[in-house]
Design a protein around this ligand. Sequence first.
Ligand code: SAM
Length: 316
Amino acid sequence: QTDDSRALLIPRYVRVNTARWTTKEAIKTFISRGFVLSGPFDSDKGFSQDEHIPDLLAFPAQMQFVNDPLYREGKIILQDKASCFPAYVLAPPISDDSVVIDATAAPGNKTSHLCALMGNRGKLFAFERDRKRFSTLTAMLSKAHCTNVEAINADFLSITPEDRKFDTVTHILLDPSCSGSGIVNRLDHLLEAGSERSGDIERLNKLAAFQLSMIKHAMKFPSVTRIVYSTCSVHAVENEHVVSRALTSEEAVKGQFQLASPGAVLPLWKRRGLPEEMDHPALASSLIRCSPGEDATNGFFVSVFVRGSHEHGGQL
Ligand code: SAM
């Protein structure tokens, strides 16, 4: 299959920004516009509520929402289903005391998702090192009315974990730069300048080394109990290999980090990590994979690290 034919099998996903209104209200609005809750492929006017991500709606692939007032007002976010998994499985706490980091935030889809899941409460630090992408991030967060976010134009690796500002952070989302090899439906806003789809091994190894350094850095935050690492890559080098290396790192051993058990990470999602690519094949069932063309999503990978006794950090 070509990229384009696979893209046709991907519905137009619309995430309801629950920082602005409820999913129930959004569904009512779409029904009042003549849409029918029947399924995205049933008719031009069919749509459905996603079975894995409750605040996600699926419309026919040809639907366009970029000029829709709901999109322009930040009440809906155009975000692929797989890219909704990381914030959802991070399951940030909903409390005025919550302190969460999105380490690699622009353009801000997952930041605004985290904000919505936190009920716009507590504190969400959003790092972005690229200046231009940082301005896209701040514009997106203001459009989405994310008032609990402090966006910081800095390299996450330069942040001191023991800094008083960050020493109470309990949850970290890491969605770092990757090869983008899983993207099939031209969600080009997810790709940053200079990123490639190529499987060039030298480039992949370089990306993997960077991705590993980000996980190891996240593990140094003194109060962190849950870290989600995700990529929009289909390459094991950036996914299972990075996770295997992170698990045996000094930081993981010292911090007593392990993978969350399969039942604590989207238990209803069937496609899991590749056992043959893991140092410990049994651990692959804790990992989530999305396969372009087979899962009605882009290619994606999600892993959840938990510290010691924090296995049930909130997720299902
Ligand atoms: N999570 C974003 C979303 O869903 O909208 C997409 C993130 S994109 C895959 C990766 C982002 O991380 C890029 O904007 C890149 O500039 C930024 N980045 C890469 N390395 C970084 C670092 N060390 N510190 C902060 N940001 C970084």
